[in-house]
Each structure stands twice: as C-alpha cells, then as structure tokens.
Design a protein around this ligand. Structure first.
Ligand SMILES: [Zn+2]
Length: 325
C-alpha cells in the first residue's frame, strides 16, 4: 500500500522540522542542527534568535543573485536555446539526471565550460529518477528536464527532488522547458513548488538575463549574462549610458537614446550639454519645481543598486548640480 509520502497531493501538507534556535530546516533522521549544532527542534515553528553564517552558497555571476542554502530546491525555466542547461553547469553538480540528452553531449558542455564533469544518468520515468536518487549520497543534483516527463511523472519528479534535498541536506536544481504556446496550466504550476524559481530569457532589448521570480531566501531581481568566448558564460560589458527602467523586482537597462525610456531625462540634459559620459546609469525625470530640476523615482536606491551590480556608475541630479557650481 502506498504511504502518504508517495502521494504528491498530500506531501505538501506535512510540516517541516526546524531548529528551534536558528530556524534551519532539519533533514529527517538527524539529531543535531546542521547549522548551529543545537539539539532542539520543533515541528512547523521556531524562534530563530541565533544567526548562522555560511549556510548559503554564492555561485559565480549571474547566479550571485541567489544565495542558496543547503536543502534548497531551485527550478530554472526558459524557452529552447535560452542557455538553461549551460547555466546549470555553474553550480558544479555531482550528478546529472537527463531525460533529454545522451551522456556524451552533456560531458562536452561541462568541458566547454571548464567545470568538473558529473556522473550523467539517463532517466525516462519517475520510477527511474526515484531509483537514481536513492543511490546518490551527495549533491548538487540536476534533473534536465522535468518537461520531458508526462505531467503526472513531472510532478512526482519535482517532489522527489524536493524530498532528496531535505533528506540529504544538499542542493537540487530542476530544469523546465517552457514554450510560448501549448503549455498546460499543470506544467506552469510546477516551478512554484520549488523554494526559488529562475526564468531565463531576454530583456526587452533581447539581451540575455536571468530573472529570480520567486525566492524564499532573497529578493527577486535580474542579472545580465552572455555566451562569451568559446561558449563560456560571462558578464556583458555595458558601454553606453542607461536609464534603469521597468518595475521594482524586474528592472532592465535601457540604452540612451533609444525610444521608450521613462527615466532618461537627466541623461538627455547632460547629452545636450555635451557632458554625457559612457558607462553611467540614472533614473530621473524633469521637474522644474525641484531644486535640482529633476525628481527621481521612489525606488531610486534599488535602481541604483541594480545599475552598480552591473558595473555602471550612478549619476543623480545632485551630482549634476554640484558639477554646475
Ligand atoms: Zn540551529
């Protein structure tokens, strides 16, 4: 007879076990907190007064947007050819479960990225994934991709990955291919089972970016990346002047003077004065009632951080006033 654990619809209702003192989720079958070494746990609640360090891993950019703790299960979605699988090599998985490719091209992809090659295992059914995971003692584990299974099996595989991460106190990453049309609502719900969801796709100018659309550990946000020399992943260089456009949690860099910008007035002013430099960013609109002649959006601090994270120098109306004196 099947236990509750085998029923995907019931599994999400079971409350996790947390360290009472630091709030770290406990894998099943441990007697000591993996983060603070405390011995007290409670089911479904904690009073995390102790701060623990180093329990989140930061991978190379563009992954640095997502501090990734042990037991963390992440999904990465994107259209065909968006670079999802290549991005997955950067977390240096020890095990790669593939429903899409033979081991040979997977190995070639890792060698091209100059990352350690994982053990590659072909899987075609949820039962095969379950068997493979039962033999894996240490992660990270990637499954590429959930969408190649039928919907029912994809749901089961998603839960198997989540359970493996908890039980082994390690990281898992699940790839999902999304197509612009024909995806059933069932598939679209799968990414949200995970602790964090990453979208890979172009920004409004067609530049490659990852978008953290949900994260239990950090804010949402965006980071640009490129396929550089030899097909390696790198960061683009931003050589123009940009306004930071878009909504909070989903910004993009809008090159000046391309049309459609809302926040490019300071750049335009500097340009007419012959003072606009490359490699800068700004977000300001003309307002003659302001002492500086401009106002900045309320979330200017976040827009500034986004620009600076991409190596740009921020210019604000105040700098410009000082420059004039
Ligand atoms: Zn603890």
């Amino acid at each position: 007879m099947a236990s509750d654990k085998d029923n995907p619809s019931l599994r999400g209702t079971q409350l996790d076990k947390y360290c009472y003192h630091c709030g770290t989720p406990w894998p099943r079958e441990v007697i000591q907190c993996p983060a603070c070494k405390g011995k007290d746990y409670e089911i479904g609640q904690a009073k995390p007064r102790i701060e623990v360090f180093n329990d989140a891993k930061l991978y190379d950019p563009p992954w640095d947007l997502l501090p990734w703790p042990n037991q963390g299960a992440v999904s990465i979605t994107g259209p065909p050819g968006s670079g999802k699988s290549t991005l997955c090599t950067m977390i240096e998985p020890r095990h790669w479960l593939t429903s899409e490719q033979d081991p040979k091209p997977v190995g070639a992809m890792f060698r091209r990225m100059e990352r350690p090659v994982p053990l590659v295992r072909r899987v075609k059914t949820a039962a095969q994934v379950k068997e493979a995971l039962s033999l894996i003692p240490e992660g990270p584990v990637v499954v590429d991709s959930l969408s190649a299974f039928g919907l029912m099996d994809a749901l089961v595989v998603a839960h198997l990955m989540l359970d493996w991460a908890k039980e082994n106190d390690d990281r898992v990453l699940s790839v999902l291919q999304v197509n612009s049309r024909g995806d059933s609502a069932g598939y679209m719900a799968i990414p949200h089972l995970f602790d964090a969801c990453i979208n890979v796709g172009p920004d409004p100018f067609g530049v490659r970016a990852i978008h953290v659309e949900k994260s239990r550990w950090s804010a949402t946000g965006d980071r640009y990346w490129v396929f550089g020399e030899g097909g390696k992943i790198g960061l683009p260089s931003f050589d123009a002047a940009y306004s930071v456009e878009g909504n909070s949690g989903s910004y993009h860099l809008h090159p000046y003077p391309m049309k459609g910008a809302r926040w490019a007035n300071l750049l335009a002013k500097l340009d007419t004065m012959g003072q606009l430099q490359p490699k800068v960013a700004s977000a300001a609109h003309v307002a003659n009632y302001m002492a500086t002649g401009f106002f900045e959006p309320h979330d200017m601090i976040e827009r500034r951080r986004f620009a600076e994270d991409h190596g740009l120098t921020w210019i604000s109306p105040n700098d410009y006033m000082e420059g004039e004196e």
